[in-house]
Design a protein around this ligand. Structure first.
Ligand SMILES: C[S@@+](CC[C@H](N)C(=O)[O-])C[C@H]1O[C@@H](n2cnc3c(N)ncnc32)[C@H](O)[C@@H]1O
Length: 272
């Protein structure tokens, strides 16, 4: 990120605009107040480097499965790490819109985009309060991404409705990429509480099991990612036959579906 935007971005993060990513606090007990705590240089750089992280992970995966995507929506964009990475990616989007329920992150997201020479005509950000429908017509986007958001929505019913909404704004034949931590871990990904995904303490994120997400995505065409993901890990390259099982041992569940004209046509009533 170039100056003067980098300095401005760090100032905004210091003031509490960081993407809510509770494990960054390094202390589960402080988790709900993580954004308010004074940020260390390591924390700031982690936030700055989200673009590189997503370029190497999310964008590589998408570029390997999707040719191009003109209209892209990034739901739960936080400080725009995912949004900016997508805008700079080989998907060559014409327009990328990032939305988030936390308005305080979006000023940092705008500064981040400018720091990467992305003008508001190409990358823009919008506040959408949690529980509200996405303010876009059905079928508006070629690609909808949602990275590390689902686990922060409180109830399973609200998550299901949220996923319906993601599908609604996607054009038939468009792609939805959804990433959320795997619940098959002794400590949950964000707050690192023992069996946290299954204890579901109010105020803490928890992961939805894959069979529930599969039910929500029923009727859509699934892009099989298991072999791809396993082969990308050097040490697991020859474990192909076990890819389906091994993928659940990874920290993140990753879903890539193509919207069909299935049962998810209805306009959603809320996003979480
Ligand atoms: C860990 S951050 C992820 C940011 C970004 N996608 C990334 O991976 O770098 C999670 C974001 O989800 C947002 N969020 C939580 N619930 C949401 C909802 N119902 N609608 C939109 N955004 C939501 C939070 O405000 C937060 O910015």
């Amino acid at each position: 990120m170039k100056e003067p935007y980098l300095t401005r971005f760090k100032q905004l993060i210091q003031r509490g605009s960081a993407s809510r990513d509770i494990h960054d606090a390094g202390d589960a007990a402080q988790a709900p107040d993580a954004a308010a705590a004074p940020a260390s240089e390591a924390f700031l750089m982690r936030e700055v480097n989200r673009v590189q992280m997503h370029a190497a992970g999310l964008c590589m995966l998408l570029a390997d499965h999707i040719a191009t995507a003109a209209m892209v929506l990034d739901v739960g964009c936080g400080t725009g790490g995912t949004t900016v990475a997508l805008a700079l990616s080989a998907l060559a989007p014409k327009r990328v819109i990032g939305v988030d329920a936390d308005a305080s992150t979006l000023e940092a997201a705008e500064v981040r985009a400018l720091g990467h020479d992305l003008e508001p005509e190409k990358v823009s950000f919008q506040h959408v309060p949690a529980g509200q429908p996405l303010p876009f017509a059905s079928g508006s986007f070629d690609l909808v991404t949602c990275v590390s958001v689902l686990e922060f929505i409180t109830s399973s019913a609200a998550r299901e409705q949220f996923v319906r909404e993601l599908l609604r704004v996607l054009r038939p034949g468009g792609y939805l990429f959804l990433a959320t931590p795997s619940p098959f871990r002794l400590r949950d990904y964000h707050s690192r509480r023992f069996l946290g995904d299954w204890r579901r303490t109010p105020g803490h994120p928890w992961s939805t099991p894959p069979w529930v997400i599969a039910r929500w995505l029923q009727g859509q065409e699934h892009v099989p990612l298991a072999v791809y993901r396993v082969k990308r890990r050097r040490a697991l390259r020859f474990a192909g036959p076990f890819a389906g099982l091994l993928q659940w041992a990874f920290p993140w569940q990753q879903w890539l579906v193509i919207r069909t004209d299935g049962p998810n046509e209805t306009t959603g009533t809320g996003t979480g």
